[in-house]
Design a protein around this ligand. Sequence first.
Ligand code: AMP
Length: 109
Amino acid sequence: MQDCIFCKIIKGEIPSVKVFETESLVAFNDINPKARVHILIAPKKHIESIKHIQETEKDLIGEIFLAAKKIAEEKNLQGYKLLFNVGREGGQIVDHLHLHLLSPDAISV
Ligand code: AMP
């Protein structure tokens, strides 16, 4: 997607602080953190939101959660929140699927 900010981050065209990467996803620090740790985990493939996922993408969705668990373990987080905003009415601003990992003292985003 030409104008997608997260696609540009994934391609390295916009700087970001990457904390984890696999063949299919990337995790980077949120530029405007709402908690001490605020990481976004996004698939490299452009999928607009949870509303747009297909049956064939269930492994990818599982990988996103496993990446969250791995990052939390690496950072020794005792507790955290995982959140998908879905659609404008759900608070989604960036139309590229991403899981928020927030810890601790996370506030709503
Ligand atoms: P959402 O409201 O779920 O779409 O969340 C989008 C998130 O992306 C917000 O928390 C923003 O702070 C974050 N964000 C926007 N632009 C960037 C960027 N260039 N690098 C890192 N995070 C960003």
